[in-house]
Design a protein around this ligand. Structure first.
Ligand code: ADP
Length: 230
């Protein structure tokens, strides 16, 4: 069922490999949401080597979560303006402790999340997607062994370089991230599904990305710009 009015503040959930981040990016571009991405904010802090970044570097590498107080500090310093405008949270909240942090931010910053969106995909399908990803170390082109294979095995179509896996796509890291999602984040989804069913929406993340985007626009009550002019 569509939301009665398009949401101004959205939380998007999905296990690693669900495609939630590409979906969030497209929603932010097409519909003017500011992306609030804890994973990216953390990676930027690591690159800048600021104190928070130094603290979390090894946790990020292992696929484990960083502690809730660090996430609280990160959001406190990032959400400096008043909580107006449209915000799309991608990757937060991921633990029940962070649900409390979100509730506090809603109060202090004066906004309310009006949609919790789950991009649903099975663990098996997510692992299959992530193990198939390849990237060209020379030009950055991306491939997928099942969905977008290169013409010659493990070789970049553009410059002939041997394709590689992303560092965080190593099998043990992929499995660790799935486990962390099951243990820490599934309870968060259950919580919102039962406590805020009128604001909870689920889309089928196992479809092709175009179909996921179309279904998302429909359930959020947003215009699907790809349908314009057809
Ligand atoms: P993915 O969605 O594929 O897991 P992200 O870019 O969202 O990737 O996150 C990368 C890493 O950053 C996570 O594996 C975790 O270590 C850390 N991280 C991101 N967001 C949070 C959060 N809300 N709480 C704790 N750790 C987080």
């Amino acid at each position: 069922m569509s939301l009665p009015i398009p949401p101004s503040h959205i939380v998007i959930f999905g296990r690693p490999g669900s495609g939630k981040s590409s979906l969030a990016e497209r929603l932010s571009l097409d519909h003017g949401y500011t992306l609030m991405r804890t994973g990216e904010l953390l990676r930027e802090a690591v690159l800048r080597r600021d104190p928070l970044g130094v603290q979390v570097e090894s946790l990020l590498k292992s696929g484990n979560l960083v502690p809730d107080p660090v996430i609280a500090a990160l959001l406190e310093r990032t959400l400096t303006g008043p909580g107006t405008g449209r915000i799309l949270f991608d990757g937060f909240p991921r633990t029940m402790g962070q649900v409390r942090i979100l509730e506090q931010l809603e109060q202090t910053r004066g906004f309310r999340v009006d949609c919790f969106l789950e991009v649903a995909i099975s663990r098996e399908a997510a692992i299959l997607r992530m193990t198939g990803r390849r990237v060209c170390p020379e030009c950055g082109a991306t491939y997928h062994m099942a969905n977008k294979p290169p013409q010659a095995e493990e070789t970049c179509d553009l410059d002939g370089a041997r394709l590689e896996r992303r560092k965080d796509d190593a099998l043990e890291v992929i499995e660790a991230r799935q486990r962390v999602f099951d243990e820490s984040t599934l309870p968060v989804l259950d919580y919102f599904r039962t406590h805020a069913p009128e604001r909870y929406r689920r889309v089928d993340g196992e479809q092709a990305s175009e179909a996921v985007y179309a279904e998302t626009c429909r359930v959020l009550g947003l215009e699907d710009y790809t349908l314009r002019g057809q």
